[in-house]
Design a protein around this ligand. Structure first.
Ligand code: A3P
Ligand code: MG
Length: 418
């Protein structure tokens, strides 16, 4: 048992090998950690029973892991006051802009902008509300001690998985991921790092305005219905969101995650979700080969990771000038991005991203063995370091709400009686 109660995340440390759980503890998934001797000897990586996880790119250059086509199992909406609805009322429809759009992204920043309160930490709450509302849709696996176990290994936000995918290439921002095992399912919820909090609280005015630009671009290109037009005179309210909930599998990891979707193809004959979804992005206009190279190496990595995960097939990019005017747009197909970056030297590789994520999830399964809503395994990573963890009981990190635990521990029969 790990006894390092409520350690500060900043003092996270490498666990001693004597403190290591046995390899076949947990749910018998030890076989999936089998290191190939090839990797161990040739690349000098730590054995896969290690208490830490390396993020070195070379270790993850294997065949692309099995990633099942993501299936949308539901969706939800958050309204202008951040209230949850178990439906698609906030879904918007993509309207293709003109060749020279000239969208002024600064318009409305001062007087038509309602910003979501970033001090409110929602953690996994909206996803958990969706799970409670849709329990019957999620197959239940028979289990001796609970009739309510979900048939998934991991529940999380898509954004947390995006961070994992890009970790082997990230040089600036670390992360903290809190993990709780409850009824056999591992819940992953991000904790804001001290550096991220400081960055957020001391954000320069220019950066605050530039954050608005992305949402303003959405307003110029999205309509509320399939037959209406965008209304750029309206208010931009970042409380509003439409989120898809998808189920998929990465090798032996069954995943259920949710991610915000900007809009969908407005053609009623478009394929079913998530294939009809469109991700909108803005980026600085590209004027030099160096800028093009940076766009491929850094921006396309983030865009690919974010949309590949939920199976969103295309990103529409608005290229903006220094004054926040969109001068052109371009569609990027996610399936074509790996081709596009092939000419860049020393560029990122999708297989490294997916294999790292897969190995991280295996590592989490192996470490987070105690099934209790009040226990948090806090996984911590800083650039140029390994992933480490610490364990916290009944601490500030506990994130599964009481209402969720109650809903998921009472049997469906007893629920009917209330
Ligand atoms: P852009 O990425 O087009 O600039 P998303 O594209 O993920 O749907 O996010 C919509 C917009 O939210 C972004 O548009 C950006 O304006 C803002 N945003 C999201 N994450 C951000 C971050 N980490 N830092 C700054 N702005 C962010
Ligand atoms: Mg977007």
């Amino acid at each position: 048992m790990h006894r390092n109660r409520s350690r500060s995340p900043m003092s996270s440390y490498h666990q001693q090998s004597s403190d290591r759980p046995k390899r076949d503890e947990g749910r018998g998934d030890g076989k999936f950690f089998r290191p190939t001797n090839h990797h161990r000897h040739q690349l000098g990586s730590a054995p896969l029973s290690s208490q830490v996880l390396s993020t070195r790119r070379e270790l993850y250059e294997r065949d692309f892991p099995l990633y099942k086509q993501p299936v949308e199992v539901g969706c939800f909406s958050l309204d202008s006051q951040r209230r949850f609805f178990n439906d698609s009322r906030q879904l918007r429809y993509y309207v293709e802009p003109d060749r020279c759009p000239n969208f002024d992204l600064r318009d409305g920043y001062k007087d038509r902008y309602v910003r979501r309160d970033e001090n409110v930490k929602e953690r996994l709450d909206h996803i958990l509300r969706w799970i409670v509302a849709n329990r019957s849709k999620l197959k239940s696996r028979a289990s001796a001690n609970s009739s309510c176990a979900l048939d998934v290994d991991f529940v999380t936000w898509r954004g947390h998985l995006t961070k994992l995918l890009t970790t082997p290439y990230e040089t600036r921002e670390g992360w903290l991921l809190a993990v709780t095992r409850f009824n056999g399912t591992l819940y992953i919820s991000e904790v804001e790092t001290e550096a991220a909090r400081q960055e957020r609280e001391n954000r320069a005015e220019r950066n605050k305005e530039m954050m608005y630009w992305g949402y303003k671009f959405e307003q110029y290109t999205c309509a509320d219905t399939a037959s209406s037009s965008p209304d750029p005179r309206g208010v931009v309210n970042t409380n509003e969101a439409f989120c898809t909930v998808v189920q998929t599998r990465l090798t032996d990891h069954q995943l259920l995650f949710s991610g915000e979707v900007d809009c969908r193809d407005r053609d009623p004959g478009a394929p079913p979700p998530p294939a009809c979804y469109v991700e909108l992005k803005t980026s600085a206009e590209i004027c030099t080969p160096k800028q093009r190279s940076n766009f491929h190496r850094f921006k396309l990595l983030k865009w690919w990771a974010q949309s590949f995960l939920p199976g969103v097939p295309r990103v529409v990019a608005g290229f903006k000038d220094h004054d926040g005017v969109v001068v052109s747009t371009e569609t990027f197909l996610i399936s074509k991005i790996s081709q596009l970056i092939k000419n860049e030297d020393n560029c990122w590789k999708p297989t490294v991203c997916m294999n790292f994520c897969c190995d991280f999830l295996s590592y989490v399964k192996r470490i987070a063995t105690e099934d209790s809503p009040s226990v948090v395994y806090l996984f911590s990573w800083e650039p140029r370091r390994e992933v480490t963890y610490s364990v916290h009981r009944d601490s500030q990190y506990t994130f599964l709400p009481r209402w969720y635990i109650q809903e998921m521990t009472s049997s469906p029969e007893s629920l009917h009686q209330h």
